[in-house]
Design a protein around this ligand. Sequence first.
Ligand SMILES: CC(C)(COP(=O)(O)OP(=O)(O)OC[C@H]1O[C@@H](n2cnc3c(N)ncnc32)[C@H](O)[C@@H]1OP(=O)(O)O)[C@@H](O)C(=O)NCCC(=O)NCCS
Length: 359
Amino acid sequence: MQRGLKGIVAAETAISFIDGNAGVLVYRGHPAAKVAVQHSFEEVAYLLWHGALPGAAELSALQAEMRQARQVPDFIYTLIETLPQGLDMMNQMAAAATALCPGQEKPTLAQAVQLTAAMPVIAAAVYRKEQGLPAIRPHAALGHAANYLYTLTGEVPQEAHARALEAYMILTMEHGLNASTFTARVIASTESDMASAVSGAIGALKGPLHGGAPTEVITMLEEIGTVERTEGWLRARLENGERLMGFGHRVYKTKDPRAVALRQVTEQVGQDDHWLRLAAHVEQTAIRLLEEYKPGRGLYTNVEFYAAAVMRSIGLPASMFTPTFAVSRTVGWTAHVLEQAGDNTIFRPEARYTGVIYS
Ligand SMILES: CC(C)(COP(=O)(O)OP(=O)(O)OC[C@H]1O[C@@H](n2cnc3c(N)ncnc32)[C@H](O)[C@@H]1OP(=O)(O)O)[C@@H](O)C(=O)NCCC(=O)NCCS
């Protein structure tokens, strides 16, 4: 028996591949770090669903379909408005996703596109409801990531912010058979429907052991505040035997390829942005100091460090981290549901009984 199925191969997939020792994450054969820098959210979603990057005609068809699908019906906004204030935002998103895409039919690609296109609109409406603000309808001219920011704030975002968020969203779209993706596949394996698989996955992602929260990284960046204060602040923590948040990873024992790619993007677009510039400086300094204080441990930036930096730079509160993760991961979940439904065997492992047996 392997507790938590650790190390057990439980499914075959052609969607992504992770090599933690080599620091490699591959989406359908393409390094995720490369596609995140070179392609849009829509292109990479197409890649994960179809197995190849789209041509120009395929891309514009997908963009048109997603723009149409993000015009969610009024009853979704009404539903969100009527859900109790303070109900966990992830549960509100799951309820809206299930209402949007009901049905018992076999999961379809059209549903994958519909849920992916609608999820940021739903997350933004939930966020604004929690702030006591009215929902904002999608902007007809903006791409997926930029429109997400627009529906959150009501302002067309700066190009740098939209691009940094888009790269983060691409890099968190998919990550093998993690707990929420496994949940989605288990639900799909019972021949349940797409929205049930996605809402179950949202429930799994919400747990702190999975969806996490980069609050501590945000606190660290806020406390450091300026480039000049960085080294002294980090050194004091390490002298004190404390851990630096956003560094080290259980799977990646070399550079987390997602963090490497995000650094590249933030370097390209974040020259004028205080938080992205500060994050790049904190990262460089921390890696140098971690090698000095913890030589040979292979401690590098993890993706959550940049999640925090990107969120802080675009002004999103920590409470939106996990919802934004769900917005991105919907692509991976739906791709896995389609793969599972395409060659299905119901998941039904066994448990070792540790109780008593009375005669
Ligand atoms: C992610 C994490 C749990 C992975 O842990 P792990 O692979 O099991 O590594 P270990 O906990 O065994 O640590 C190995 C060594 O590196 C050190 N180390 C690991 N991460 C460190 C960090 N972020 N800062 C300083 N030292 C760290 C440990 O103190 C340990 O040192 P030792 O050999 O002197 O005892 C760990 O790196 C960590 O706690 N990181 C900080 C938390 C974080 O970034 N979380 C995300 C916040 S949003």
